[in-house]
Each structure stands twice: as C-alpha cells, then as structure tokens.
Design a protein around this ligand. Structure first.
Ligand code: NDP
Length: 490
C-alpha cells in the first residue's frame, strides 16, 4: 500500500503520478544478482537503494554480506580452497619431474583460512565501493516488503525504517537445507565448512551434487579421509552419465571412499567424534559431517504472503520471462526464483532486469547453452546437451564423438587419471549440441567452446579449427571418429 500523504489538506492515498517515491528501485539482497541489478539500474539513471545485512568475516553464522553467497560463502572461498587442495596432488606429481621433496611437507589449514578470509574482506570492500561509486545507497539491515511499493529495513540496533519505491527487486538468494534425520544438528553445511577452526582429519559427506564432490576433493586433497555417501548409483545427477562415471572413478582414484546408493539415517555424538549411521548398515566415524543436500530459496522472512507475491511449491518466487512477479511493481532474480542457480545466471538476470525496467529495452534472459563447471579435482565442465538429453530431445539421429586419453603431464608424473572429452552432434545439421570434459582446466577450456555454441558452430567448423599444440584442448578439434550414432528412426 502506498504511504498516505497530505493532498489538498486531506490525508489520502495518492494516485500513481503524485506519489513521492524515495527511490525508483529498492533491491533486497546485495549478492551477485542484486549488486549487478542495482549498478546497472543506476547507470540507466534510476535512483537506487539496496539493503543487505553486514557480515562477520570470522563467524560461520549465516548472515549477509555485500557480495552474497558467491563472494562470502560460496564460489570464491570454495575456489580458493580448491586451489589450496590442488597443491597436494601437484606436489606428488612433481617428484617425477625432478623435484626432491625430502623434507616433511605440512599443510596449514589455519593459514589458508586466514588468507581466504582476508580475500573475502577485500572483495566485500570492493563490492561496497562499486555500489557507492555507482550512486547506489546501501542500507545495512534486513529488508522486508510491507506493501507493493514499500520496503521496511530493520537495522542492527533494531530501528525500523521504511521507504517507498516505484519498483522492488528481490534478490535474496538461497540457503543450504538439511534432511531431517536424528542428530542433524551435529552436521554442518558448506557455510560452516568454509570457516572451520580445525582441519577435519575424517570427513563424512552426504550428497552427490556440486558441493559434495567439490568439498570431497578439497578435504581429500589436503589429506583428510573422506567418505562420500550419495543415494544414486553415481554422483552429479543430471550430468552426462559417462562423465559421472569418470568423475566417480577420479574421486576414488584420489582416495575418496565412495558409498553409492547410500543415505544417512542418524548422527550420534561419541567420544571419538560423530558416528554417521547409513541406511546400508555402515557406521562411519568423522570429525565433521557435511550435509551437501541442496539449497532452498530465501523467501521465509520477506513477508511475501501479506502482499500476495506467489511462490512455487518449494518456496521460490514465481516470475515471468522478464523476472516480474504477479505483483507488477515487484520483481525477483537469482536463486530466490530457482531458475538456473548459478552466479553468472543471476548476473544476466540482473542486467536484463535493469535493461527492461530502466533501460527502455525489455530483454528476456536466455538460458540456452549456459556452460557450467563442477570444481572437483580434476574438474568437470559442460555446455549444451548431455548424451542422455540428446537422446531425449534431438529430433533426428545424433552422433557422439568421445576422446579419452592420458594427459601429457601424467606420462611423466605417473598419475593414473584419464581426461575425457565428448561432443554430441546433430547428424542432419552437423550442429554441435553438447560438449563435456572432465580433466585439468576443463572450465577454462569450456568457456571458449560455449562461445562456439552461441555462434551455432557445426562439427565441420570444429574440425576446420587448427589446434593449439601440445594441449588437451586441441582434442576438441581433432575428434574425427564417431564413437556411436544414436538413431532416432528406430
Ligand atoms: P545439488 O542440487 O547439486 O545436489 C544435492 C545433492 O543432495 C544431490 O546429490 C541429491 O541427491 C542430494 N540430496 C538431496 N536431498 C537429499 C536427502 N533428503 N537425502 C540425501 N541426499 C539428498 O546441491 P548442492 O547442495 O551440491 O548445491 C546447491 C546448488 O548450488 C547447486 O545445484 C548449484 O546450483 C549451486 N552450486 C554451483 C556450483 C558451481 O557452479 N560450481 C558449486 C556449488 C553449488 P539426488 O541426486 O539423489 O537428488
């Protein structure tokens, strides 16, 4: 409801054209999507405010922080730990390259954690400066919607302030969820995993998704014993089955103990740590049990019911193709809408929201051929269709090209770990429909392949591209033999 104001001496609700808005846009949540949308809207000339809770860099308690999940407790700190863990394998591999590593080599978790925290504080500062340099007003507090054009911000001291805005954008992201099993309070999520005081020597991880395999690689790379329990036969549901098999083999090859088809039924505190009991009758003892069992949209405390913003059955905000909710003045982007929960997608949605609402250029986000990567060690990266999706979605026959090889570096290091690459091609049009790779630098390589996808590249164009030699990436332009053809006509 619009704030009442004095019009001709009468207290009444003003019509749209006489409402004095405090801001053209009020954004709730200063994560990747919220910051991008704020800055781009300001660039288009809008008067913008954003609210976000301040964060305590050394506390694992889940509160806000300008930069959001990606910067504060997601992609960035995770990648720092992946880099840290990768040195473990690199040091082993270095021996055959002539490095004499006779001295005892120790890993100092606290040192890495402090470095990680310093970097997060630096990035948080950069994000805040980016907002102020764009002319965006930052309110440090928790926002909730109290009307179609009104946001209330509760500051840390409890003071409540309300603001009128022509448009409200919800960009509050998501948070980790845990299955309800007895003893679940003994477990941690990725939030706490990124700030553990002590290095966990024994870890049990529940889940087979992005976070589970990434943290399994991180802790194993640093020397922990890792038991990874997931309920499917392979980790990474939704990815190409052949790639999932390779990832599972690589995790096992690096010393991670896999428990496929396994769930946890109870956690019990013992003198020796936490006992994790599985539904297959095993008892695993750990210092830390990580639940990496998905995330849910952060909509609980926004007061959306009272203004009638519609949610789906998991609590995600329903939006149209332009990110508008059923209330015309309220919009939503990023994980809170549960469309494609990746940072770069939230950035795209934020940019396109600003173009649509303030740039005079209504633009729908394009979700086709978005590349992504799972930063297990070695990483998996994909763009376009998996083989299974191609079988399901392609109209005609599909050709599959695969290349599995021993990376050149391994020939000397002696590491037993193959790289795999795959291209899925439409047999009739020759268009490349899918590309996947599991091996070192997969994410770096796939970003370039994703551009080729945007250009609608054909297999003939891949083949006519001259490779970079010697590199693993050149395999993508030298796969000549069809591994199999999937016939849709049968
Ligand atoms: P994911 O959705 O990737 O995986 C969740 C895992 O938990 C699945 O293996 C799922 O099993 C399992 N699971 C779900 N519920 C239960 C349950 N009740 N009991 C046992 N197992 C369960 O979620 P994550 O938490 O790993 O990551 C959240 C999201 O964050 C990702 O989906 C991604 O969007 C984003 N992310 C992206 C990253 C990147 O880009 N590199 C890195 C980290 C996160 P099943 O497969 O059987 O359903």
């Amino acid at each position: 409801m619009a704030r009442k104001m004095l019009i001709d001496g009468e207290l009444s609700t003003p019509s749209e054209d006489v409402i004095q808005y405090d801001f053209d846009l009020f954004v709730i949540g200063a994560g990747s999507g919220g910051v991008r949308a704020s800055r781009m809207s300001a660039k288009h000339g809008a008067k913008v405010a954003v609210c976000e809770l301040p964060f305590d860099p050394i506390s694992s308690e889940v509160v806000g922080g300008v930069g959001g999940t990606c910067v504060i407790r997601g992609c960035v700190p995770k990648k720092i730990l992946v880099y840290g863990a990768s040195y473990g394998g690199e040091l082993e591999d270095a021996r055959n390259y002539g490095w004499e590593l006779n001295e005892r080599i120790d890993f100092n978790w606290k040192k890495l954690l402090n470095k990680k925290t310093e970097e997060i504080i630096r990035l948080n500062g950069i994000y805040k400066r980016m907002l102020s340099n764009s002319g965006v007003k930052l309110f440090e507090g928790e926002g909730k919607i109290i009307g179609p054009n009104e946001v209330e911000v509760t500051q840390l001291d409890g003071t409540k302030l309300s603001y009128l805005a022509k448009h409200i954008l919800i960009a509050t992201g998501s948070r980790a969820q845990r299955p309800s099993i007895p003893g679940k309070e003994l477990s941690i999520t990725s939030d706490e995993a990124l700030s553990l005081d002590e290095f966990p020597r024994r870890v049990v991880i529940l889940g087979g998704g992005y976070i589970a395999v990434e943290f399994a690689s991180i802790w194993r790379g640093m020397g922990a014993t890792v038991d990874l329990c997931y309920r499917k036969e392979l980790p990474l549901s939704g990815f190409d089955d052949e790639m999932r098999t390779v990832v599972a083999g690589n995790l096992e090859g690096r010393g991670i103990i896999l428990h496929p088809g396994t769930n946890l039924t109870e956690l019990v505190k013992t003198d020796d740590g936490i006992k994790a009991i599985t539904d297959t009758g095993k008892e695993l003892t750990a210092d830390v049990v990580l639940f990496a069992t998905g995330r849910k949209p952060n909509t609980g405390r926004l007061n959306l019911d009272s203004v009638g913003v519609k949610l789906d059955n998991i609590g995600a905000i329903k939006v149209d193709e332009y990110s508008r909710t059923n209330i015309p003045s309220i919009w939503a982007i990023g994980d809170v809408t549960n469309r494609m929960n990746l940072t770069p997608v939230a950035l795209m949605e934020g940019t396109f929201f600003a173009n649509t609402v303030f740039g005079g250029n209504p633009t729908k986000p394009d979700y086709t051929n978005i590349a992504c990567a799972v930063f297990c060690i070695p990483p998996l990266s994909v763009v376009g269709l998996s083989e299974e999706q191609a079988i399901e979605q392609a109209k005609g026959d599909v050709k599959v090209f695969t290349s599995t090889f021993n990376p050149m570096k391994n020939t000397i290091s002696g590491r037993q770990e193959k790289t795999i690459m795959k291209l899925i091609v439409d047999a009739e049009t020759d268009k490349v429909l899918g590309a996947s790779m599991c091996g070192p630098d997969a994410a770096e390589i796939m970003q370039g392949i994703a551009i080729a996808f945007k250009c609608g590249a054909t297999k003939a164009q891949f083949d006519s591209t001259v490779g970079i030699h010697p590199s693993a990436a050149e395999e993508f332009v030298t796969m000549r033999e069809v591994s199999r053809t999937i016939s849709k006509s049968k």
